[in-house]
Design a protein around this ligand. Sequence first.
Ligand code: GLY
Ligand code: MN
Length: 463
Amino acid sequence: MFEPAVYQKRRAELMERVGSGLILLYGNGELPINFKANTYPFRQDSTLLYYAGLKRPNLALLLDVDAGKTYLCGQEHSLEDVIWMGPQAGLEELARCSAIDGVLSLSAMANRLAKAGNRLHFLPPYRCEQEARLSDWLGIPVENLKANSSQSLILAVVAQRSRKDAREVAEIEKALKVTASLHLSIMTQQLAGRKDYELVEEARFRAALKGCSFAYAPILTAEGQILHKHRRGELLREGRLLLNDMGAETETGYAADITRTFPVSKTFTTQQRELYEIVLQAQEKAIAACKPGRPFRDVHLLAATALTEGLKALGLMKGDVEEAVSVGAHALFFPHGLGHMMGLDVHDMENLGEDKVGYDENFRRSEQFGLAYLRLARPLQKGFVVTVEPGLYFIPSLMEKWAAEKKHENFICYEAVNQYLDFGGIRIEDNILITDSGCKVLGDVHIPKSVADIEALRGESLF
Ligand code: GLY
Ligand code: MN
């Protein structure tokens, strides 16, 4: 964790932003897999991590804004806990690590919550165990918790966590360094004949050796058109493109989120190269356009335009490019958003509500297929860390449906598109920091992404 004053300052800013009342930030508990004592790996709630840095399960922070006092709430360990889990730091010691004023037992905390009434601010729960505990503490039925959560607290947390300071950027850089080593290790291997899970588990092991875990379930597949393919068991074959979307999470909880797509063989086929170059130039144009004040929705549309121009040049689309993008015809090939915020969550703060993080009163979510999946639309600000991840995909069931409906037939050359039914998908993703006047691609270690660099790396690799 960072030094205690960092968390103290963050909490002071939060209390100032919220202005009055009592703020409850609750951490995560252990989640059973198949019985209570057999649990999934513990992951602390990211907001608790941000304001306290503490990783123990079942903690909460209570911030009394009116009194200017902060409390760490939890249960001291019993002798039984010590017998099974070994000695653990007490609450006072944990509170000191994070410069928290005092400690409260969970029952003392619950008493204060019960008396707080509408002075209480809490965030919407996203796990069933949180819902059950909150409902019990607050006497609010589970189904009403979200509606009773504090909009001012959500907006205050989003405002603070959206701007990454130098320490946070350094953590993301650490995650990127490890992530680069995972990607490079996969890119330099013999891949044909390997199973996807062998590569994923090797990468997990490499990350663990550096003190990291995965920030999300990797997407490693030659079926890149399946946007979040997590099912494993695929055999990699010569001639296919492998899409690897894989990012490490540091010990402090910060994420990296990188995608590279490259041939299972040593070189791209002509068809693969043509499409790959379109995605790469769209990504480069989009990155070059990122700067403070520019709505990310505009950058998304710029990338969509570049993709559409490329597809038109290849004979897969036709007609007026601007019009095609405005009606969403390109979404057949690029059905997701250009990127999202990143930080302590790979999709940062998504548990607080995508619209609260990525939209505001001036930027409302579109209902158009494709654009509707854009997680971040509002103007970029200095200190934001976001992904830029355009892609082109050939999703057979979507292609068949649109073709049968003759959807956007003025813009899509269905006969040509049908030649690509078995192509798969391409995505190229980097993580950028918005600076004073533009942006910086994060990560000191270069992970090849030009066709020449990728073919050189695959060509030089000893397999
Ligand atoms: N890395 C997966 C995603 O951004 O959705
Ligand atoms: Mn991503």
